[in-house]
Ligand binder design. Sequence first.
Ligand code: EPZ
Length: 428
Amino acid sequence: MEQLIIQGGRPLRGSVRISGGKNSSLAIITAACLAPDVSVIENVPHCRDVLTLKGILEALGARITLADDRMTIDAQAVSHHVAPYDLCRTMRASFYTAGMLLARLGKVQVPLPGGCVIGSRPVDFHLRGFAAMGANVLTEHGYVHAETPHLTAASFFVPRSSVGTTINLMLAATLAEGTSVLENAAREPEIVDTAVFLSLMGAKIKGAGTNTITIEGLHDLHGATYSVIPDRLEAGTYLIAAAGTGGDVLVEQMIPEHVGALLTKLEECGAIVERNTDGVRVRAGGRHHGVDVDTAPFPGFATDLHPPFASLLAIADGRSTIRETVFESRFGYVDELRRMGADIRVEGDRAVVNGVPFLSGAPVEALDLRAGAAVVIAALAAQGTSIISNAENVDRGYEHVEEKLGALGASVQRVETGTEPAAVAQAG
Ligand code: EPZ
């Protein structure tokens, strides 16, 4: 287990380059295995979830190399239909193997997925979609079994906006017989990115990025070369960190439209936001003031940016509220921020934040990926030293986090748990 030791109180200054999208990469790398061919994916981030997925796909027969940010996937030998429990249980996106294997092999046995503990996160929509496409689906002993000799197209109404369901059914439909229509499809940029890659593989997809996606199934697809879009959640996290530490940061290589709702809220707080050709520059505008936020599917305020944004609001002037509409258990970070002196209480689906003038360094835990981002930002802004345990949760979605923050002037050190200097063990 690793810890991040952060000495706070240093405004972030300079520029940071955003890595390729983690969630896009997970979908696209799995999509590459639909074809018995070689694909090359560029701009792939070295974060833990990507490496876990690499292990899962290798267990299914793929041969994969990752050099710098370029992943080469030789999916010719994908022939196993049972996905390994030990790897799948750690990551929600492992369930994309279900759509891919059902389309490619006609049968699949995949463990119910794990991932961040932020809500019950069922896969019932995915399973109903597979059943609508003619698969016999059974959940037994912790595994989903799905099988059909003949995957057929379906019209499927996704019961509520779901990124994972939209991607999984899109993967399956590319090789189903006939034309599938996904209604009430999610519209996140990662879905568009996956659809663009699938189209390069030969798939016939229309409407990605709208609520209705039409997929004309084909007999086979071929390999393709593609570069993943920048990670909007990493970009958003650095933008919030810049404002939260009273800094001035240019976030390079990002797509501003992918975080439009966040930029609006940053401006509403009083931060100075400049969109230019190199990226987005955020400067703190003195002490920020409280705002009200509702999370929503894209293009709304991303649920994954809720915990990091709460750290900014924790030290803003006045009262803020954050209403979480996507995941019911996303408030675990609140107790961690309270250890640092934040005044936040949870009322049903809302966090009510009464801004305090400053936070104080403390030992805290990265409970999940975005809760981890929240405590990192709080620690950067706080007075004194914080020790963040379970740093591995941060690594699930943020590449080279201590190097990137260090280059912006932060003091971030990574140590094995139990090896921190004695003086630091009494954080604060
Ligand atoms: C994706 O998760 C992302 N993960 C999440 O990012 C993100 O928080 C989430 O979308 C929402 O934007 C990946 O892309 C790998 P959903 P996903 O299906 O697909 C309910 C991060 O930090 N639902 O859009 O699992 C579900 O419980 C991660 O990078 C069902 O009820 O989310 C939730 O309330 C964390 N049944 C809502 O729909 C289902 O079968 C939306 O979930 C599927 C979903």
